[in-house]
Design a protein around this ligand. Structure first.
Ligand SMILES: [Zn+2]
Ligand SMILES: [Zn+2]
Length: 573
């Protein structure tokens, strides 16, 4: 065990004691932690030689605690304290503006347990709602978060989109822009975004760029001018606004949307035809402008259909556009149901009725309630009795309301051997069964592949949930032979989820495409744990589009009865 890990436990003990208003002890633990952290000899070595007392600020009592950590890998005293406040205090208190007391308050008011929760709460504007905190605290926390994680981090697509929407609405409402669009990787729907690109046309570019630089969301102006303005938002995200003449808008939009690889192919194509393409226009050999004011014109004059931004990765889209064989990409408006929704029966924050109402507001015709099955002792999930009671509650809800149809489902856990943890007789009572890996992530590729194949062979399993288990920026996908998995999904008629949670987007776009090539079908799920989260479907659609998915590939474009008829066990019983 590394000194840093031992110190981390001691630091956390210090914070927890501080919260309990214990006198003196917090400081003692803090000093001991610092001493362990600063020591160049591994504490294990010191513990073995009974030399812990050599460490400055480590007395008998704390010395014994360190012995216990070295021996057992954890500290009972720490765990007892932590049981009362199960949050990652160490990480949270590293953020400027968050002390132990703030962390406790945030946990009690908003359920914030770790940095990711903190970031979400801050970005969703929920911290300002906590009594005694306000918008100023929220801004300070956002800034602290940006600093804590450095400047080079990329933003998750959902949060980049949310920020972009706010800016775009403000700019549009100003009346200063004749045309305005997002460009860059955000427009292509890439799962993480480095910075935001905006492109506009304005008759008053000076005034328009000043207006932009003065928006309340802007924390810092990096440069400002009538052609280009760069700013930083409170969360650390950089935004570039370029204002171009109307005659160049299409060429600029094409250019700044990228990708680089796609643009290189396009310029080569222009060159081969004796033309030149840049951010201002497409011109012919005599330097006459052939196209530039809209994107369609640029592609048309190059002998191509207009290519949706999600496909612009030089992955065969130019050839497809030339042969008029571009896919008819699935649209958000074609998604009529959400098949992965949690409620407060497990770890969701809203009840059944609220989630159903949220789905109605989103324009959906049906949702599947797929709570966790006894997820773990800390997070909690439904047990068999609760699940059966939920099925009855859903039945009653469907009878009393004529609006959104609610399907009874479950997100069952796939055990190490590929079996589910829910009895088959219970699964038969449900409309839809999602099976997900929530444990034993680190198997060999062969073992994981067998595990996933075995669960898909189960005729009661309709969907493989978040198939690769990755968490963007946090956890890589687990090892498996994905082509084998996709082939088995196609063969058994098991749908593969495109989980739309911002940090998952799982399957990701490249694997979506391979899954479709194997003949598998997709299911889009928001994995909502709150009413707001149903809107995540939008980025699930973007990801499916980047994987060349059409409506016919996606189960939840079907009306509910047709959907149920696709199950391996057939239609309704
Ligand atoms: Zn899950
Ligand atoms: Zn889930």
């Amino acid at each position: 065990m590394k000194n840093r890990e031992v110190a981390r436990i001691l630091y956390e003990v210090a914070s927890l004691l501080e919260l309990e208003d214990v006198p003196f002890k917090p400081r003692a633990y803090q000093r001991a932690a610092r001493s362990v952290e600063a020591c160049s000899t591994p504490v294990e070595e010191l513990a073995e030689g009974d030399r812990l007392r050599e460490l400055p600020d480590v007395g008998k009592a704390i010395g014994e605690k360190i012995q216990e950590i070295v021996r057992t890998g954890s500290l009972r005293y720490h765990q007892e304290l932590k049981a009362k406040l199960p949050v990652d205090l160490f990480e949270l208190t590293r953020v400027q503006g968050v002390g132990a007391k703030t962390a406790k308050q945030l946990y009690e008011a908003l359920g914030v347990r770790n940095l990711l929760d903190l970031e979400r709460a801050a970005k969703e504007g929920r911290i300002r709602e906590v009594p005694g905190m306000g918008a100023k605290t929220e801004r300070r926390i956002l800034k602290g978060l940006a600093e804590a994680r450095g400047t080079d981090r990329r933003e998750l697509l959902w949060y980049a989109m949310t920020a972009m929407e706010l800016l775009r609405r403000a700019l549009e409402d100003s009346g200063l822009f004749a045309q305005l669009s997002a460009a860059g990787s955000l427009r292509r729907g890439v799962e993480t975004v480095g910075d935001l690109d905006l492109l506009g046309v304005s008759e008053r570019p000076e005034k328009a760029s000043r207006f932009f630089a003065c928006l309340p969301e802007v924390e810092e102006v990096l440069m400002q001018g009538p052609k280009r303005t760069s700013v930083k938002l409170a969360g650390g995200l950089q935004v570039d606004l370029r204002i171009v003449p109307a005659s160049s808008y299409g060429a600029a939009l094409q250019y700044f949307t990228g990708s680089k690889a796609h643009n290189i192919r396009l310029r080569e194509r222009a060159g081969a035809r004796g033309m030149k393409l840049n951010e201002y226009a497409l011109t012919d050999a005599e330097d006459r402008v052939v196209a530039g004011k809209d994107e369609e014109g640029v592609y048309r004059e190059l002998g191509l259909l207009w290519i949706p931004p999600e496909l612009r990765e030089d992955q065969g889209e130019i050839q497809a556009a030339e042969r008029h064989e571009l896919p008819q990409l699935v649209e958000r408006s074609e998604i009529v149901g959400d098949l992965h929704v949690h409620t407060d029966w497990s770890d969701g924050t809203a009840d059944l009725e609220s989630m159903t109402e949220a789905a109605r507001v989103e324009g959906l015709a049906y949702i599947a309630v797929t709570d966790h099955f006894r997820f773990s002792t800390t997070v909690g999930g439904v047990n068999t009795d609760e699940l059966l009671r939920q099925v009855d509650a859903i039945g009653e809800l469907n009878e009393s309301s004529a609006g959104v149809r609610v399907l009874a489902g479950i997100e069952a856990n796939i055990q190490r051997n590929g079996d589910l943890d829910v009895p088959a007789r219970v699964l038969r009572r449900l409309d839809i069964v999602i099976a997900s890996v929530h444990s034993h992530f680190r198997l060999s590729s062969a073992e994981m592949t067998r595990r996933l194949e075995r669960v898909m062979d189960n005729e009661l399993v309709d969907v493989l949930g978040h198939p690769t288990g990755r968490l963007i920026g946090e956890r890589p996908p687990y090892d498996a032979d994905w082509d084998e998995v996709f082939y088995r999904a196609a063969k058994t008629g098991t749908a593969l989820e495109v989980n739309a949670n911002p940090q998952r987007l799982d399957l990701g776009a490249p694997l979506v495409r391979r899954a479709l090539e194997a003949g598998a079908r997709l299911m889009l799920g928001s994995d909502a744990h709150a009413t707001d989260h149903i809107r995540f479907l939008e980025i699930g659609v973007r990801t499916a589009r980047r994987g060349w998915a059409e409506a016919k590939h996606v189960l939840n474009t079907l009306p509910v009865d047709a959907l149920l008829a696709t199950r391996k066990r057939g239609g309704r019983e």
